[in-house]
Design a protein around this ligand. Structure first.
Ligand code: PMP
Length: 433
């Protein structure tokens, strides 16, 4: 395996202890703290290609890829060279910049539903904008989301998975007022009948339906084709907007996103992660008729000091250039399916109940028999076993997402040798769980 000699985390532990005095939980985003798997996080020093290096000198094969953006490999030379040149022209304009046209054109050419696009700075912002636009366009206030789907941390979306009160729209986090979530209706993923029921109960009140078109935020869950077809039909029949949240899947499941992969075109799409190539970018787009509602073309307000930032646009443009080359998605498909099939096989050989899969450069598995079709199914997973698996792999030099309810990501720089090394590590860890 990629394992060095001895797994030491002295420096990481010290830095993280200090961080906990300075920032809540020691992090800038919760999952990074490794709370659900325990053992404490390792502190990164630098990243390159498919690898992350921590402050104690441990090297990891990285399957988090900064949560998706690093699809061309970390610190890609071509992206870095483009950024160095762009830097000379200034870090922020706050004025129109031709690079925005270039990235917008690429997104419009690639993503079937997108005829116009608005750039912002994160996936959260993209989903906030898309939500406001769905409501502005339809003049309706309610939306349907799915248990276990994450659309960023804006108040109306913090109605989460698994909770019996979810369909009542009760807030999941303190600080979210009831009013912010009273328009949020929740249904189980892959359950079109539940959505049809909500449409019937709230006739002419539902502005739109938003979903992850391949789920990554309850672990990796694939939608049934019929489910997506039914959503397309129900939204059209009821005059509601269908929005695919492709923050995670955009330019990853396929160059044209999950909508291209599934062959189902929504009315609106949100994006982030990959389109920023590791810099902060989000975007929402859709039919021209809908997008023309956005200020200053129309009355729906949404803005951003740093939106369309030239450095972020540059990283996005170069990343999409690289991805659009011959063979990119074939490589992702090949190495990722080998990785997940290998892990599943090794797990079964060692007597562990598992189910999982991959599409392109996105994968995941659960420690349960399955099949997992929604968040409720996912909760059957043995999360204690997952925690031991996670720590074991970390000690073997493999960096996996520190939660059973997250997907894994590969990139163009993951090699067959990386997969070999990962599977060798999996053999050791699975036999000791
Ligand atoms: N939507 C989805 C599907 C996501 O996976 C994420 C982030 N993991 C977001 C929205 C929020 O994006 P960000 O973290 O950039 O705000």
């Amino acid at each position: 395996a990629a394992a060095v000699t001895e797994f030491v985390t002295t420096k990481s532990d010290k830095i993280f202890a200090e961080a906990q005095e300075l920032m809540p939980g020691g992090v800038s985003s919760p999952v990074r703290a490794f709370k659900s798997v325990g053992g404490g996080p390792v502190v990164f020093d630098h990243v390159k290609d498919a690898y992350a290096y921590d402050v104690d000198g441990n090297k990891y094969i990285d399957y988090v890829g900064t949560w998706g953006p690093a699809i061309c490999g970390h610190a890609n030379d071509e992206v870095n060279d483009a950024l160095k040149l762009a830097l000379e022209n200034g870090t922020s304009f706050g004025a129109p910049c031709e690079l925005e046209n270039v990235l917008a054109q690429k997104v419009i050419d690639a993503v079937p539903s997108v005829e116009m696009v608005r750039f912002c700075n994160s996936g959260t912002e993209a989903c906030m904008g898309a939500l406001r636009l769905m409501r502005a366009y339809t003049g309706r206030s309610k939306i349907i989301k799915f248990e276990g789907c994450y659309h960023g941390h804006a108040d109306p979306f913090l109605v989460q998975a698994g909770s019996g009160v979810a369909t009542l729209g009760l807030p999941d986090s303190p600080g979210v007022p009831d009013g912010a979530t009273s328009g949020t209706l929740c249904a189980p993923y892959n359950d079109a009948a539940a959505v049809a029921k909500l449409f019937a109960e709230h006739k002419d009140e539902i502005a739109g339906v938003i979903l992850e078109p391949v789920v990554g935020n309850s672990g990796f869950i694939i939608p049934d084709k019929e489910f997506l077809e039914e959503l397309r039909k129900l939204t059209t029949e009821n005059g509601a907007v269908l929005c695919f949240d492709e923050v995670m899947t955009g330019f990853r499941i396929a160059y044209g996103g999950a909508q291209q992969y599934h062959g189902i075109t929504p009315d609106m799409t949100t994006m982030g992660k990959v389109i920023g190539g590791g810099l902060p970018v989000g975007a929402y787009g859709g039919k021209k008729e809908i997008m023309q509602m956005v200020a200053p073309a129309g009355p729906m307000y949404q803005a951003g000091t740093l939106s369309g930032n030239p450095l972020a646009m540059t990283a996005g443009i170069k990343t999409l250039d690289i991805l659009s080359r011959e063979g990119s998605y074939e490589h992702l498909e090949k190495i990722t399916s080998r990785l997940i099939n290998g892990i599943l096989e090794i797990a079964k050989e060692n007597g562990h109940a598992v189910c999982g899969g991959s599409i392109s450069g996105m994968f995941g598995f659960f420690f349960c028999e399955g099949p997992v079709k929604n968040f409720q199914d996912a909760t059957a997973s043995d999360t204690d076993k997952f925690a031991r698996w996670h720590r074991g792999m970390l000690e073997q030099g493999v960096y996996l997402a520190p939660s059973q309810y997250e997907a894994g990501f590969t990139g163009l720089t993951h090699t067959e040798e990386d997969i070999d090394a990962t599977l060798a590590a999996a053999k050791i860890v699975m036999s000791n769980l």
